[in-house]
Design a protein around this ligand. Structure first.
Ligand SMILES: [Zn+2]
Ligand SMILES: [Zn+2]
Length: 511
């Protein structure tokens, strides 16, 4: 983010910014309005209302920390809110702003006309425009206020340790490649710049962040770690809490209960980031290329808005998308590569295995015999297996068929309510084969696992997805290898690209 604004002062014009960054900038420029700008919200009798209770004071302060929220989300009445606004402790601005053409929603950043609707509004007695894009977080309309905190900051850092050794309690060793990336991260945080960390699956990305995060905490910076996936939030939280035992760390995902904690480190799904504004000095985006972050520009907007005007932004990925790689080539984005896994062994190179018309086989209640054999051997040797399938339909078919091989075989997909339970049962070894859609292509680490894809020729298996899937194997120190097979009904360009990608990483020297 910093570099975008840096460019503003230089030769790069505002219109050269990526659209989400332009919109984040518009959102910053719309300042708060004074209390009496909202007569329909706060009629004059409220202005003379009594003072606030100290209980409400600390409650609102906590809830609003670094965020911008609706009255309904704060669960206070207008009468309770009025004295805070009058005292300037809280400011407000209208959530939907008119622009030259159409509108912009300041919460989700959309300016796509098709995402706005209108309705006769009971509150302002007029026809109001509202945002459909972020309506699941509560309706925002042209007469809805977003409230932001201006409470004086008491530093929770006062009693906080001053030495990085106390802040970070970790005695692990970084590999050569990790060390180099770790140094670059510290530098990017120090200079508040952007940095792309391009690390192979299993490079130990989390450990690479430790020193940078400790450095940031020592400087009393607030750190946001945004990831597209709840599974990743759940995996990261305990690890971070263990190595930063004196730091308040909060985890935000749709089902979490700890929504209002003023924390120094926030680990959040990108959707949860939408409520933050100007809150973080360091923004780390994990799996930056992953769905849905890569598809939904309002999530990019949200991450841009959550960072302070001058903040460091670190992008982490094993498979950068073309936008990032072209910025690296144009030298507008500094990058560091970790081509080797933390244990120093190369990535397993996937094998290709033709398995014929597997869809027809599934209809006949069978899996191709190569797949059956491959699974049977692994059940006998007690090797856990991730088996990737292209759709929920094939997931159910494959799971049912393979249950004949072992009754404990299970399938998971994104809408599966038992997803987390099944993943942990698979980790513990009660489930020998976990059949899955691409939801588990990232983040989930199980030692000793072998990996296969059925129907690798399907469109959903892009180069990036196939690289991530292969990256599930051979991640642990004691079992650095693993078998990876793409079972297919015709080799695709994406399959070849994935294999080339992996071989190229394996041949990249660590400089
Ligand atoms: Zn919106
Ligand atoms: Zn209205």
């Amino acid at each position: 983010m910093f570099s975008y604004f840096h460019f503003l002062s230089g030769k790069r014009k505002k219109t050269d910014l990526p659209p989400h960054a332009q919109r984040a900038q518009v959102a910053r420029e719309v300042g708060p309005l004074s209390f009496d700008a909202f007569p329909s919200y706060f009629p004059s009798q409220l202005i003379h209302s009594s003072s606030y209770s100290s209980e409400l004071y600390s409650q609102l302060k906590e809830k609003l920390y670094g965020k911008e929220l609706l009255l309904e989300e704060l669960q206070v009445t207008k009468e309770e809110m009025a004295p805070f606004l009058k005292a300037g402790l809280i400011t407000a601005r209208i959530g939907i702003q008119p622009r030259k053409k159409g509108y912009i929603c300041l919460r989700c950043g959309t300016d796509d006309l098709s995402l706005f609707g209108s309705y006769p509004c009971a509150r302002c007695q007029q026809t109001c425009i509202y945002c459909r894009n972020c309506i699941q977080m509560g309706k925002i309309s042209t007469c809805t206020l977003l409230f932001r905190s201006h409470f004086p900051e008491e530093t929770s850092f006062e009693t906080y340790p001053q030495s990085e050794n106390d802040i970070l309690q970790w005695d692990g060793q970084l590999s050569l490649g990790q060390q180099k990336a770790s140094d670059k991260i510290v530098e990017a945080i120090e200079k508040r710049r952007e940095l792309l960390v391009w690390a192979v699956c299993g490079a130990g990305k989390t450990e690479v962040l430790f020193h940078g995060m400790a450095h940031a905490l020592k400087k009393q910076f607030r750190v946001l770690l945004a990831t597209p996936r709840t599974d990743v939030v759940l995996e990261l939280l305990p690890r971070l809490r263990k190595v930063f035992p004196l730091t308040v760390i909060s985890g935000l995902y749709s089902a979490s209960t700890e929504k209002h904690l003023p924390a120094s480190i926030v680990v959040a799904t990108t959707h949860q980031v939408m409520r933050f504004v100007d809150a973080f000095d360091v923004v780390i985006i994990d799996e930056v290329d992953a769905f849905p972050y890569s598809l939904d520009s309002s999530l990019k907007y949200a991450v841009a808005k959550a960072g302070k005007r001058e903040s460091a932004t670190i992008y982490l990925t094993a498979t950068p998308d073309p936008t990032l790689t072209s910025r690296v080539q144009q030298k507008t984005l500094p990058a560091v590569k970790i081509p080797r896994r933390f244990h120093g062994h190369p990535l397993p190179v996937p094998k290709l295995s033709w398995c014929g018309n597997w869809e027809r086989k599934l209809k006949q209640k069978e899996v191709p015999k190569q797949v059956w054999e491959w699974c049977r051997v692994r059940i006998e040797s007690g090797t856990p297996v991730f088996l990737f399938v292209p759709s929920v339909t094939s997931l159910q078919q494959v799971t049912d068929i393979l249950k004949k091989l072992h009754p404990n075989i299970e399938g998971v997909h994104s809408a599966d309510e038992e997803r987390l339970t099944k993943v942990s049962a698979f980790r513990e070894g009660t489930i020998p084969i976990l059949v899955t859609t691409t939801i588990l292509e990232r983040g989930v680490t199980v030692p000793r696992v072998d990996v296969a894809v059925i129907g690798a020729e399907q469109d959903i298996f892009t180069e990036s997805a196939l690289v991530q899937i292969a990256g599930r194997a051979g991640r642990s120190h004691n079992h650095p290898t693993g078998d990876v097979v793409y079972f297919h009904y015709g080799v695709t360009a994406e399959m070849n690209k994935a294999i080339t990608h992996i071989k190229k990483m394996n041949n990249t020297p660590i400089r």
